[in-house]
Design a binder for this molecule. Sequence first.
Ligand code: ZN
Length: 95
Amino acid sequence: MTDLDRLRSATAAALPAWTGAAAPHLPEWRVAFTTDGSDAPTGIAPVCQDEDHDSGDGSVYTCCPDPAVEVECPELAEYLVALLNADRVAPEAAE
Ligand SMILES: [Zn+2]
């Protein structure tokens, strides 16, 4: 098992307690406005499943699952979301 596989498994085990996503699937991520006053989303957060939270609204509210992570760079936020969403199925499920 590579370091990446080990870290992916550990995250898959830890995140459902925060996000409510059911194993073996990791949560779907989105870019999010995690700081005030930015022109573009500079953070990432799990997609919110609340029916009153419009999917096009990048803000983070009390309805949203944790963790919302500020990364300070819109391009990095987009990249991390793409990476995390490409890797959503835990390794045990993919084997
Ligand atoms: Zn929400």
